[in-house]
Design a protein around this ligand. Structure first.
Ligand code: GAP
Length: 454
């Protein structure tokens, strides 16, 4: 097998997602709505897998973290207390010449609309306005009246729903620090410059965990969670050479943070934040205590009171989704044929196995393939495909990352065995039909690392 293409571009990933129905531009028949996307069948399955792998690592396999699902629209005072109303802003500038809008703090990386493209402000023709602060929260109204008293916001992060429930959860879940609360759900930001496919969108699904610890232990828990989260991304199969950790300096840190490090991925657009890990200190619990009048503190058995510090790993499914597809995408020549293959971790792959009768017209093969499919689909997402040449059917599965194909052929009719074909090595072996389910269960439970070289 030989690689045929240079490193993947974002356009290649966008086109694969569209062609195979992972992701489409949203509201397309009405001309779309800037940087919003809808997920098709394989996209939904992949997202579900990412979400459940995160949940498994962060909640199911631990004793010290519980789950929460808080509302998207919260009392607006939450966002006053959190600092989002006053400070969740980006500085924006407009160019009166090219009529485009830019983030004032990212002009170096931006390019203006003219050809050949220039950096905004680079030429004498550029006519930039003074920077203005622009709040990224989407506003809405609760109830029938649309005045100031009914104004509310779509949450820009899931974290605040966790902080305001600290007391409820600490009491009801019978946990004491160190313990965490995990939440997955949609967040909304009116980004000034969304783009690069799903990398920066206005509506995205965050997976956040707030870990409450005694203040003196916060630095060591910060390092612990940074390590855990980096390992999680590695275990998902992201290549080591495409991952790095970058610590924020003081100027870059958010208002609430005393330490932040980003886990960065080498996207086609360069090194960018995949996940952030922050030490939020006591900022949030203190702010909500002051604004709500409810004490959000911990009282230990000796009667000592303290406000726990918070360590927060926060990531979106979208950023993981793009990183996984970029890492997995390969074009190569097998024999004299080209194929596109997604070398996804089998646990992430949308479809776990394809069941293919070699000659669909053959009643014996067709019925065995169908009953194998009906057995396997009770436990895993699998596909039954009987249309077209076998080579084309394999390639269709390679392109969506299906790790294994079970082919029912002439020999099956004689000895009740099937061929299993491996997506990455293309190796084939024979298995008894009756053992396929156990084989697939085992194969899916194995550790996996990308066979692609670093
Ligand atoms: N609660 C902390 C917080 O929200 P953040 O760095 O603003 O921190 C956390 O966001 C994570 O959410 C990021 O690391 C990224 O994975 C994801 N994220 C943020 N904005 C996003 C956007 N516009 N589109 C997609 N994902 C985004």
């Amino acid at each position: 097998m030989a690689e045929t293409a240079p490193p993947v571009t974002m356009d290649t990933i966008v086109s694969l997602c569209r062609r195979r129905g992972f992701v489409f531009p949203s509201s397309e028949i009405y001309g779309g709505l800037g940087s919003t996307y809808d997920y098709g069948h394989y996209g939904v399955l992949t997202k579900n897998n990412i979400r459940s792998l995160w949940f498994r690592a962060m909640v199911q396999e631990r004793d010290d973290i519980v789950a929460l699902d808080s509302a998207i629209i919260l009392n607006p005072s939450v966002w006053e207390a959190s600092g989002h109303v006053a400070g969740f802003t980006d500085p924006l500038v407009d160019c009166r010449t090219c009529k485009l809008r830019f983030r004032a703090d990212q002009l170096e990386q931006a390019s203006c609309g003219r050809k050949p493209s220039k950096r905004p402000g680079e030429t004498p023709d550029c006519d930039l306005t003074e920077p203005r602060q622009f709040n990224l929260m989407f506003e809405t109204h609760v109830g029938a009246l649309q005045d100031e008293s009914s104004a509310a916001y779509l949450r820009p992060e899931t974290a605040q729903g966790i902080f305001i429930n600290f007391k409820n959860v600490a009491q009801l879940a019978r946990r004491k620090p160190p313990f965490g609360i995990a939440q997955v759900g949609k967040s909304f930001r009116n980004e000034i410059t969304p783009g690069n496919f799903l990398f920066r969108v206005r509506e995205f699904e965050q997976m956040e965990m707030e870990f409450f610890v005694p203040p003196a232990d916060a630095p060591q828990w910060f390092e612990y969670w940074l390590g855990q989260r980096l390992d999680w991304h590695r275990n998902l199969g992201l290549r080591e050479s495409n991952l790095r950790v970058r610590a924020h300096d003081e100027a870059e840190r958010s208002h609430y943070s005393t330490a932040t490090s980003d886990i960065e991925y080498l996207y086609p657009i360069g090194w960018q934040e995949l996940e952030g890990v922050a030490n939020r200190g006591e900022f949030d619990l203190t702010q909500h205590t002051q604004h709500s009048g409810t004490k959000l503190e911990w009282i230990d058995p000796d009667g000592n009171r303290y406000t726990p510090y918070v360590i927060e790993p926060a990531v979106s499914i979208e950023r993981i989704f793009v990183a996984l597809l970029c890492d997995a995408y390969h074009e190569e020549v097998v024999g004299d044929r080209e194929r596109v293959v997604l070398r996804l971790h089998p646990q992430v792959a949308p479809v776990k196995a394809a069941i293919l009768p070699l000659v669909p017209r053959d009643e014996g093969m067709a019925s065995r393939a169908r009953s194998l499919y009906e057995e396997l689909r009770r436990y895993h997402v699998v596909e039954h495909d009987e249309s077209g040449q076998i080579g084309r059917r394999y390639r269709r599965q390679d392109e969506i990352g299906t790790p294994w194909a079970f082919t029912v052929d002439e020999q099956t009719l004689e000895d009740e065995t099937v061929t299993v074909r491996d997506r990455d090595s293309l190796a084939q072996e024979r298995l008894p039909l009756s053992g396929v389910r156990a084989w697939l269960d085992d194969a899916l439970a194995r550790d996996w690392s990308s066979p692609s070289s670093d």
